[in-house]
Design a protein around this ligand. Structure first.
Ligand SMILES: Nc1ncnc2c1ncn2[C@@H]1O[C@H](COP(=O)(O)OP(=O)(O)OP(=O)(O)O)[C@@H](O)[C@H]1O
Ligand SMILES: [Mg+2]
Length: 176
């Protein structure tokens, strides 16, 4: 179908002998927000981690903008324009806010100034705390940083695992 940028077909993920994702299929169209809903342990994070290349699929296919990316490594997937905001933030605790943002753009070689200003305009709190160590930010501020860092790669598709966990509604609105 036209406008589809991500197409998942019969994706399976196994950890040892255990099948965590038993064949999921869905499409994401340009401009669309798609939500995966399921019980704890249903395989949502596994699906996202597999699309991001962090886990190799046991079966099925993943294509992005018409090209097969099944089993590609995470660097290649970021280069093609997909980024993951992982569950539980995973920011670099010992690096400053600004350093975390720069790492989000590590595959780019152009000037980051405009993008840093852009993410600071989305999250003014981060601008105020530019020199603070990531690990000392509040939980919600760390979530903002994780989203801002993901945006620094200028993704065409951003995948967020539990983006609203522990955040005030106004911040959640900001993130979306
Ligand atoms: N690295 C791993 N090794 C072994 N089993 C794993 C691994 N990662 C996840 N699992 C298992 O795979 C299943 C799916 O986990 P996953 O994290 O994808 O679920 P989820 O839908 O994101 O759940 P939640 O809502 O609790 O975040 C679970 O039973 C989990 O214990
Ligand atoms: Mg999960």
């Amino acid at each position: 179908m036209s406008g589809v940028i991500l197409s998942i077909k019969d994706l399976k993920v196994k950890y040892g002998g255990i099948e965590a994702v038993k064949g999921i299929s869905f499409d994401v169209r340009e401009g669309e927000i798609v939500t995966l809903i399921g019980a704890n342990g249903a395989g949502k994070s596994s699906t996202l981690r597999t699309i991001a290349g962090l886990v190799k699929p046991a079966g099925g296919s993943i294509s992005f903008k018409g090209e097969e990316i099944t089993g590609a490594d995470p660097t290649e997937i970021v280069k093609r324009g997909i980024t993951l905001v992982p569950e539980g933030r995973r920011i670099f605790a010992d690096l400053t806010v600004l350093e975390n943002l720069r790492i989000g753009a590590y595959l780019r070689h152009d000037s980051l100034k405009d993008d840093i200003e852009w993410v600071y305009s989305l999250f003014p709190r981060l601008k105020e705390r530019s020199w603070q160590a990531g690990g000392t930010l509040s939980g919600g501020e760390q979530q903002m940083l994780a989203v801002a860092r993901a945006l620094m790669s200028r993704p065409k598709l951003i995948m967020m695992d539990e983006p609203s966990l522990g955040l005030a509604p106004i911040i959640v609105r900001g993130i979306f």
